[in-house]
Every structure is written in C-alpha cells, then in structure tokens.
Design a protein around this ligand. Structure first.
Ligand SMILES: [Zn+2]
Ligand SMILES: [Zn+2]
Length: 283
C-alpha cells in the first residue's frame, strides 16, 4: 500500500484558561492530505499558526471539542481574518457539538460593526464573512482525500455536549480528546491510535495548592494518570499531554512524563507550543 505523505501534528497552543507568557490557549493543527485541520482555537491561535505557515484562510476546517471559553477564545479572529484577507467568498467550515451554530451566529453578530466598517471601506470586498456549521455527536463527519474524521461524545460534565475527534489517513491515526474524564466512548475512539493528544491537569499539585476555584477543575478533567490509563487501555503509540494545569514550573517537566509513564508503556510527550510530531515517526 502506498504510504502517501505523513500526517503531522502541531501543538499550536499547549496552555489552559490561565494566561501564560509561553503557552497559547488550547489548539492543535493536524496536517493531512486533505489540508490543515484545526482543533479548537484558544488564545493566540493565529499567531502560532503563522509560525508554521498556516492561517485562517488555509484551514480546511475547524473542529471544536466544546464551547468552554479557553477552546474558542480566538474564533472571532479566525472568522474575521479568513474573510478580510480573502479574494473570494471562503466560508469557514466548522464542526462542533450542539451549540456551535448558535456560537457562530453570536460571533458574527458581535462582529457586525467591524463587518460594516470593512465592507464600506474596501471596494473589492463585496461579500460578508460566513461559515458552514455541522453540529456533530458521533460517527464519521468528514471523508475527503483519503482522510476520515470521526467524532465521539466525551465526558466533561457538567459541560455538555462535548466531543473528541479521530483523524485517520491510510495507516496513520490521531485522536484529539479535548477536555474529558476517562469514559468508554473515548476508549473506543482511541483504539490503536498512533497519537493521542489529551488535555490533563496535575491532581497532586492542584490538591496541594488547595484553592477551591482550582480544585473544582479536578471534577471534569483527566489527571496525568487518567490520561495515561486511557492511552494504555486503547493501546495508543504516543501520548501527548497538553492543556497543562498548572503550567509546569521550569525543571519539573520530567515529573509529568514520569507520572504518565507509571501507567503507560508507549512514548509520552509533554507538549510545548509548536511541538511537531510526524505520525508513525514520533517527535
Ligand atoms: Zn473545558
Ligand atoms: Zn479547557
């Protein structure tokens, strides 16, 4: 079988809701034969995309795991830049959980003054920004150019609904789990995947800090051990830990990897912004 191009995963933002000088908000780019697929669009996404020669006009589609603010902070930037830098109508395809269509309508409404300014000012810009939204729950949602994207519900309760995504191209597969606690649907989505990108929090550090606002996040996120156990059950190749809460203090990176390695025999990578992995070849 012909191998084709390797799928590449680029962590655009490895951070969390907490502003961090070194980590943009949650966002992952998966480069495939069908184009650049963007998963979530947290703070600074287009700055990081620019660093890898991608951008709002280049995204084949945007996939949202859920509508928590940190995962959608810069949706308005993508929506605007895709339009304002275009030379012909170029609707943004968006796939996300129920609620995504309303989010896009609200985003467009928020930008109405800006849309008016630019339409009035640029004679050659004669169309409005637009999107095509597909609300998804489970199953095959995109099948194009040999690339298939599958959605599955995850468990981030009380945030509902939430979805994870699996990207398959030839023999290569990547799962973007989003924010979730371990669950059977996620296990199923991950079976045999080459790369699992999983958001994590450090249970031990958060309990030690002891702030109620922070300990609340333990309710609906996977700890490093949880993510590693999911990876082990599903037999994935490489586990990428991202959306790191609290942000790793310099010199403590190995602790995160060791905590995962205690539960998972595959390779473990602690994400940094712009970390790139060639799927099947490792980091
Ligand atoms: Zn969330
Ligand atoms: Zn989050």
């Amino acid at each position: 079988m012909e191998m084709g191009c390797l799928v590449q995963v680029i962590i655009l933002g490895s951070g969390s809701p907490l502003p961090d000088p070194h980590r943009a908000g949650p966002s992952t780019l998966v480069r495939t034969a069908a184009g650049d697929l963007l998963f979530d669009c947290g703070r600074g996404v287009l700055m990081r995309a620019a660093a890898v020669a991608s951008g709002a006009g280049a995204f084949k589609a945007l996939f949202l795991t859920h509508l928590h603010s940190d995962h959608i902070t810069d949706l308005n930037d993508i929506f605007t830049m895709r339009w304002a830098m275009s030379f012909q109508p170029n609707p943004l395809p968006v796939f996300g959980p129920v609620g995504t269509a309303a989010l896009l309508r609200a985003t467009e409404a928020m930008l109405e003054p800006d849309i008016g300014y630019r339409l009035a000012h640029h004679d050659d810009l004669r169309w409005r920004p637009s999107s095509t939204v597909t609300e998804v729950e489970r199953g095959l949602i995109l099948d194009e150019g040999g690339v298939r994207v599958t959605a599955s519900p995850t468990d981030h309760a009380p945030v509902r609904p939430t979805v994870g995504f699996r990207i398959d191209e030839g023999e290569q597969s990547v799962v973007v789990a989003g924010d979730t606690v371990p669950c059977a649907a996620l296990d199923e989505l991950c079976v045999g995947a080459d790369v699992l990108i999983h958001t994590v929090v450090r249970r031990d550090l958060i309990e030690e800090i002891g702030l109620p606002r922070l300990t609340d996040v333990l309710d609906y996120h996977s700890s490093v051990a949880d993510a590693a156990q999911t990876a082990a059950r599903a037999g994935v190749g490489t586990l990428v830990l991202t959306h790191l809460v609290p942000p790793p203090a310099p010199g403590t990176e190995q602790e995160w990897i060791d905590q995962a390695a205690a539960h998972f025999d595959g390779s473990v990578v602690l994400a940094t912004d712009l970390l790139a992995l060639d799927v099947n070849q490792g980091p």
